[in-house]
Design a binder for this molecule. Structure first.
Ligand code: APR
Length: 234
């Protein structure tokens, strides 16, 4: 192996799924039915109008049936076998990384294909619409199931594992994220402090661009493959 890097952390955002046909959050106005994403993705929004919030996620869940992983997802699935240690952290709630074959993967913002009971905390798969009056099969309460999604103001999942990997990594690659949502937006600075090489791959310079040692602009479908091919033997 010609690999210069042994411990790799990759962070992905909506841009990696854009060419599969899933819209990003902040490009093109960033509105859904005239609501800013921040307005439908908060616990307050859910308390105020649970039907609207469920509909937002039901629509996004349904959209998964119409899309396929693209070459960037497939490249990352292949890349995980090329390093001693590899962790893919995604902010995406779609299932395209796993459908491409990624195994070393953490969904820090949750998953569209899971629901969670706010009473008994049981997490269960969901592939259809989530109705407000659905009964939790575990505790048998009604109306307690919500999307297993991290909303604004809530703590992302797996932060201990992610921080540990960032503090040990020698390469950190951020792909297709605007760098506008913390804590993910701050990962580059932690990786820099760990002495890692930090690389941004994005359509345009992100909000965090100045913190990266290398910046590659272009479509994820082209740039991600070229980058990993340049540092490893595929
Ligand atoms: N290839 C590479 N990058 C792309 C592509 C592409 N084909 N298409 C778009 N991009 C870039 C955009 O230029 C933008 O900088 O992807 C980025 C997507 O940014 P956002 O829409 O802000 O998505 P993301 O960074 O994933 O959002 C973070 O915000 O709303 C929350 O929880 C939600 O996980 C999400 C978080």
């Amino acid at each position: 192996m010609k690999n210069e890097f042994k411990q790799v952390v990759v962070l992905t955002g909506a841009g990696v799924s854009a060419e599969s046909g899933l819209s990003t959050f902040r490009d093109g106005g960033g509105l859904w039915e005239n609501h800013r994403v921040e307005e439908v993705a908060t616990p307050e929004a859910y308390d105020r109008d649970p039907e609207l919030v469920q509909r937002f996620y039901n629509t996004r869940r349904k959209a998964l049936k119409t899309v396929e992983p693209n070459v960037a997802h497939k490249t990352l699935a292949k890349a995980e076998k090329c390093f001693e240690s590899f962790l893919l952290v995604t902010q995406n709630v779609d299932d395209l990384h796993e459908r491409a074959g990624s195994k070393k993967l953490l969904h820090m913002h949750g998953e569209l294909l899971k629901m969670r009971c706010v009473q008994c905390h049981k997490i269960a798969p969901i592939h259809e619409d989530l109705q407000l009056d659905r009964i939790c099969e575990h505790c048998e309460r009604t109306g307690t199931l919500r999307p297993h999604i991290v909303w604004f103001g809530e703590m992302p999942f797996y932060m201990d594992d992610i921080m540990r990997a960032l503090m040990q990594c020698d390469l950190f690659v951020s792909i297709g994220t605007s760098g506008s949502v913390y804590p993910a937006a701050g990962f580059v600075e932690i990786a820099n402090q760990s002495g890692a090489k930090t690389v941004e791959i994005n359509l345009q310079r992100s909000d965090q661009n100045s913190h990266f040692q290398q910046s590659i602009q272009g479509l994820a479908s082209q740039t991600v493959h070229d980058f990993f091919e340049s540092i490893t033997q595929f």
